[in-house]
Ligand binder design. Structure first.
Ligand code: ADP
Length: 298
C-alpha cells in the first residue's frame, strides 16, 4: 500500500485581462475552484491508477476541506488519515492572464498545522505501507518525523517541492529523491556552481549528498534515474502537451506505486513517464490524471 503525506489545497482560479497594481481593483472571470496541493494530487493520481492509497494531511473544518475530502474519496483514497480543523484549509489564489501566465498566492493554512505529533499518532498507516511519499508543502519537522516513522521494510520517496536545503537525515532516507531541474539546483546549493548543464552530472552530485537513489525529471525530455548502479536515461513518451500542471505529481505517484509493487527503479520510472505523458494531454491537475487502462492505451 502507498501512504502519501502532504498538502491539500483549494486552488481558486480567476482569469484576468491584466493583474491589479497596488490599490487597484480589476474584474475577472467566474471563479473556478479545484482540489489541489501536491499531497492530495499524488494520492488521487495513485488511486486512479489502482493503487491502494491513504493520505495523511490536514484540512480546515470548512467548505474547502469538504471539497478535498470528497475528491479523495471519489478517487478511492483512504481518508482516515485526513485530519480536520486547527486552521482554514490551505488555499492557492491563482490569477491567469490571457497569455496563460499565472500569479499565485498560497496560504498554507491547515497544511502548516500538520505536526510531527500528527505523524507520530498515525503509526498504523505507516505499518500498513510499503512506500511512503512526501513533498515539502508541510512543515520540514513533520517530514523529519515521517522519516523516523517509516516501518523497517518500507521505502521513502520525496519530491522536495517547493525546494529548500534538506537535513542529512532526510536525504539519507530518500529512495529515490525526485527533482526537476530547478529543485535539483536548490538542493545542490553552492554545489551547483560551476556544474555542467548535463543532468547526469547533477544526478551524481545529488547522489553524493546521501540519497539511496535520485530521479531527475526533465519535462518533455523524459527523466534520468541514478543509483549506485549508474545513471539511466528514461525516454519521454511523445504526446501533444496541453497543460503540464500536475505532471510531476502524477509521475511521482506512479513511480512510488510501482516501486511498492516490486518494480525496479528503471521499470517504475518508465511506467511513470507514461503516466506523466498522459497527464499533460489533459487540462488541470487531478482532472488530468489517467487510469491504468488509459496509460496502457497510450
Ligand atoms: P515537474 O512538473 O515537477 O516540473 P516535469 O515537467 O519534469 O515535472 O514532468 C514530470 C514527468 O512527466 C517528466 O519526467 C515526463 O516523464 C512527463 N512529462 C512532462 N511533460 C511532458 C511532455 N510535454 N511530454 C511528455 N511527457 C512529459
Amino acid at each position: 500500500d502507498l501512504l502519501v503525506v502532504g498538502s491539500a489545497n483549494a486552488d481558486l482560479v480567476i482569469g484576468v485581462e491584466r493583474r491589479p497594481g497596488a490599490g487597484e481593483t480589476v474584474l475577472g472571470s467566474d471563479l473556478v475552484t479545484h482540489p489541489g496541493g501536491k499531497g492530495a494530487n499524488q494520492a488521487v493520481a495513485a488511486a486512479r491508477l489502482g493503487a491502494r492509497t491513504a493520505l495523511l494531511a490536514r484540512v480546515g473544518d470548512d467548505a474547502h476541506g469538504r471539497l478535498l475530502l470528497d475528491s479523495q474519496r471519489a478517487a478511492g483514497v483512504d481518508t482516515v488519515g485526513v485530519l480536520v480543523g486547527g486552521a482554514p484549509t490551505g488555499v492557492a489564489l491563482i490569477t491567469v492572464d490571457p497569455s496563460g501566465d499565472n500569479s499565485i498566492v498560497v496560504s498554507p493554512g491547515a497544511n502548516g498545522r500538520l505536526t510531527p505529533e500528527d505523524v507520530a499518532a498515525a503509526g498504523s498507516l505507516f505499518h500498513a505501507s510499503r512506500v511512503v511519499s512526501a513533498q515539502l508543502e508541510i512543515p520540514l519537522e513533520t517530514v523529519e518525523e515521517v522519516v523516523r516513522s517509516l516501518a523497517p521494510d518500507s521505502r521513502f520517496v520525496l519530491n522536495p517541492s517547493p525546494p529548500r536545503r534538506l537535513p542529512a537525515e532526510v536525504l539519507a532516507a530518500c529512495d529515490p529523491l525526485i527533482v526537476n531541474e530547478h529543485e535539483a539546483k536548490v538542493i545542490l546549493g553552492e554545489g551547483a556552481a560551476g556544474v555542467s548543464d548535463e543532468p547526469a552530472d547533477w544526478a551524481r552530485l545529488l547522489l553524493a549528498k546521501g540519497p539511496r537513489s535520485v530521479v531527475i525529471t526533465l519535462g518533455a525530455e523524459g527523466s534520468l534515474v541514478a543509483s549506485g548502479e549508474g545513471v539511466t536515461r528514461i525516454a519521454a513518451v511523445a504526446v501533444d502537451a496541453v497543460d503540464t500542471t500536475g505532471a510531476g505529481d502524477a509521475f511521482t505517484a506512479a513511480l512510488a506505486w510501482r516501486l511498492g509493487a516490486g518494480a525496479s527503479l528503471e521499470e517504475a520510472a518508465a511506467y511513470a513517464s507514461r503516466v506523466g505523458a498522459a497527464a499533460v494531454t489533459r487540462r488541470g491537475a487531478q482532472d488530468s490524471f489517467p487510469t491504468a487502462e488509459e496509460v496502457g492505451a497510450l
